[in-house]
Design a protein around this ligand. Structure first.
Ligand code: 57M
Length: 358
């Protein structure tokens, strides 16, 4: 909004020229989202606690979680407010990619809110039934993918990390592929969100990696130099990545062990959905599996556990998702979380190296 309102005045006030720069607006998007999270965090926590919108802990999980019973949940509201407000303030509001990402983020937010509302307010332990939840996720992702597919000059060619000459064109099949990436990312972040700070750390690493990827993909010279697809207008996504990073950092302040608030599905579903959407728009879809390797491993651990139990009647892990396995092996919660963050940072660095290693 500042860009649209203030940059046109740069002929009269040369200072407003600075609003042209994505780097400048990204830095302030990070700061704005962080400040919003800090300011509204305590208020939202008190408001949720007063309404007893707290977490019910499952009896069959690791026993160390029972003391977390009643921790206010739905802290994702804070993350959503911070991301959306900061993006509206700092991004170019005529950019179609920004609106598509905001749509997908808000859409997944509504689904998550509905689920949390049923669980925490209506005290219905099942929440939104999986078949409705999944259908709504597919609907939001499909609208996003169609919006993208019909964007002028949008390409359906995939870029494969490490292989610059491998560029398969998916054509119309790009639409189901994009839906798969967006819905998969949303659910994988949701599964990861089971220990204090566990999901939000890798979310920040992924947001920073895509901040850089979208900035260089949206810059004609950098994209030519790095031999990556040039996405006209894609650089603006750096601003929403900055907002995700700032909002998540602010949330971590309250979610750090021992957490005073959980994000709930209203946080995990939109964070994953937003990252999936950004990966698709910036044409670095497959890179998400590498930079978000922690989310992939968490989701895979559940798939393998269920498959093994159904086919052989035996478990591979003591409990899935995999963070529960380490808890049951006796690792303390902060140790698991920090080690998963370290792995995530390493994966983030390897992912960024693929921009050059081709
Ligand atoms: C999200 N939700 C957390 C919190 C958070 C198919 C199956 C594998 C599904 C999976 C599942 O339900 N996953 C969805 C996991 C829950 O956190 C809430 O949910 C939100 C995210 N959606 O924001 O509101 C609990 O996680 C803990 N937590 C923290 N700190 C945080 O910052 O400690 C969350 C955030 C919270 C809190 O204890 O209550 C969750 O884990 O439920 N199901 C499972 O993960 C279950 N696994 C399982 O059944 N495994 C089986 C099979 C099916 C694979 C097996 O291994 O044999 C476990 N989850 C729990 N207990 N809680 C099992 C037992």
């Amino acid at each position: 909004m500042f860009y649209n309102l203030l940059y046109p005045l740069h002929d009269t006030f040369s200072f407003f020229n600075v609003f042209r720069y994505i780097t400048f607006r990204t830095i302030y998007a990070i700061v704005t989202a962080l400040v919003i999270s800090f300011v509204i965090g305590p208020k939202i926590t008190r408001w949720l606690a007063a309404r007893q919108m707290g977490q019910t802990i499952r009896e069959d999980g690791p026993k160390s979680h029972l003391i977390k019973s009643g921790t206010p949940t739905m802290g994702g509201l804070m993350i959503l407010i911070a991301i959306i407000s900061s993006t509206l303030l700092w991004a170019d509001m005529t950019n179609r990619y920004i609106w598509l990402t905001l749509f997908s983020t808000a859409g997944f937010g509504v689904i998550g809110y509905w689920d949390d509302y049923l669980k925490c307010v209506k005290k219905d332990p099942k929440g939104l039934l999986p078949r409705y939840k999944f259908s709504l996720q597919i609907l939001v992702a499909l609208i996003t993918a169609l919006g993208l597919y019909t964007s002028p000059a949008y390409s359906t060619v995939l870029s494969v990390p490490f292989f610059k000459d491998l560029t398969p064109d998916l054509g119309i099949f790009y639409i189901p592929f994009a839906v798969l990436v967006i819905v998969g990312a949303s659910n994988a972040v949701n599964l990861t969100d089971g220990l204090d700070g566990l999901a939000v750390g890798p979310v920040m690493v992924t947001a920073v990696a895509y901040l850089i990827v979208s900035y260089v993909s949206g810059h004609i010279d950098f994209s030519e130099y790095l031999l990556i697809p040039y996405i006209k207008g894609g650089g603006e996504l750096a601003i929403i990545c900055g907002a995700i990073m700032g909002a998540s950092l602010g949330f971590l302040w309250f979610n750090a062990y021992p957490a005073s608030i959980f994000m709930g599905d209203v946080g995990s579903l939109p964070l994953g959905g937003a990252l999936g959407t950004i990966a698709v728009i910036s044409k670095h879809e497959l890179l998400l599996a590498l930079v978000g390797g922690i989310f992939v491993v968490e989701a895979l651990s559940v798939i393998l556990q269920v498959a093994s139990f159904k086919s052989r009647g035996k478990r591979i892990f003591l409990m899935a998702p995999i963070h529960h396995h380490y808890e049951l092996k006796g690792w303390k919660e902060p140790k698991i979380v920090v080690r998963f963050w370290i792995i995530s940072i390493i994966l983030g660095l390897i992912s960024l190296s693929t921009l050059k290693l081709r």
